[in-house]
Write a protein that binds this ligand. Structure first.
Ligand SMILES: CC/C=C\CCC/C=C/C(=O)SCCNC(=O)CCNC(=O)[C@H](O)C(C)(C)COP(=O)(O)OP(=O)(O)OC[C@H]1O[C@@H](n2cnc3c(N)ncnc32)[C@H](O)[C@@H]1OP(=O)(O)O
Length: 302
């Protein structure tokens, strides 16, 4: 569903994202089929959510082919889907994975960063911030089952999770490669990675724009486990079982104690961060650099 259509919906629908996803983003027939074996299954155009085999666990799949680029629509649907799960007492944990072959997420949609007007850049950046804040501070246990390449914004999304399992495939490179595009990862991208891999490793990874293969991503601590591809989901479920063995209230307060200060740094300067993004991305030199990068990506095949 186009974002413009979502925004045209009555306010009460937006306040009830569960109903929005069931009744509108899904066709009526699909919504009616949404309860299986007593468990709910729902989805939107770009995010599929289904109950896992384990009680209290949902699997959230990104499906924005071909490479799960994080468009405004996908970001919005991710936030709505997470909120829906958080509001449903049944769910305590989410496994985040991809429905697109060999790519977890290619990061922010480069078409959102090129040739748009300032108002659209601002709207897009607010959605990126919202995704990060909501996932980073979620009271659910989030486990990323990374089944493909995971650059830039895709890596950021995985870094919001409590635990990352990566499928062992040399093509599944992971990291914040912004500098290679001639752009600068904002401070909260930097905070996310630094909180995960530490100061020294961040100095190298962020300046070099390193995209690491699984063994190196594990060694530096960007992921917690690397497993054969066919064991990815079962491993994520085992990890989830361990995390769900802890009482929710104690784990949630502890998570918040560790993460809130990092989130507050952005919350205190959200508008300034948006203005900074808009003015940076609107520069001719940055636009040229991004256009060249996008064209190179497209020519890669030819
Ligand atoms: C002040 C702060 C300012 C700015 C901060 C901005 C922070 C930015 C964060 C970001 O996330 S920027 C995005 C960075 N992403 C990348 O560098 C990844 C680019 N993509 C790839 O490396 C590869 O596509 C891949 C993910 C490894 C997948 O490779 P594969 O061979 O499977 O696919 P292919 O390359 O052929 O791509 C298919 C198709 O998709 C288009 N594409 C790829 N990535 C993006 C993207 N991020 N956004 C939009 N479109 C993307 C690619 O061009 C191909 O298109 P085509 O079919 O039309 O040719």
């Amino acid at each position: 569903m186009a974002l413009t259509a979502v925004l045209r919906l009555p306010a009460r629908a937006l306040l009830r994202p569960w109903a929005l996803l069931r009744g509108v983003a899904l066709g009526r027939t699909e919504a009616a089929a949404g309860i299986r074996n007593g468990a709910r299954r729902f989805g939107s155009q770009h995010v599929l959510v289904e109950p896992a085999a384990a009680a209290g666990v949902a699997v959230m799949k990104l499906r924005n082919p071909p490479v799960n680029s994080l468009s405004l629509e996908l970001l919005t649907e991710l936030v709505i889907s997470l909120e829906k799960l958080e509001n449903d007492k049944v769910f305590r944990g989410v496994i985040l994975t991809s429905d697109c072959p060999s790519v977890f997420s290619s990061g922010l949609d480069l078409r959102e960063l090129c040739g748009r007007n300032p108002a659209r850049y601002a709207e897009f950046w607010k959605a990126v911030q919202e995704m990060w804040l909501r996932f980073y501070l979620s009271n659910l246990v989030l486990v990323a089952a990374i089944n493909g390449a995971c650059p830039a914004g895709g890596c950021l999304l995985s870094l919001t999770c409590d635990y990352r399992v990566l499928a062992d495939n040399p093509k599944y490179l992971m990291g914040l490669n912004e500098t290679l595009l001639g752009i600068v990862a904002p401070f909260w991208f930097k905070d996310s990675i630094m909180n995960t891999i530490g100061h020294r490793a961040t100095e190298q990874a962020l300046q070099l724009g390193s995209l690491l293969p699984p063994a190196e991503a594990l060694q530096v601590g960007m992921v917690d486990q690397v497993v054969p591809e066919d064991q990815l989901l079962s491993t994520a479920l085992s990890v989830m079982a361990k995390w769900l063995a802890v009482p929710d209230h104690a784990r949630q307060l502890t998570k918040s104690m560790i993460r809130q200060a990092t989130a507050d740094r952005l919350l205190k300067q959200r508008d300034a961060d948006i203005q900074n993004f808009v003015s940076f991305i609107s520069k001719d030199a940055i636009q040229k650099s991004l256009q060249t990068y996008l064209e190179k990506l497209k020519q890669k095949k030819g």
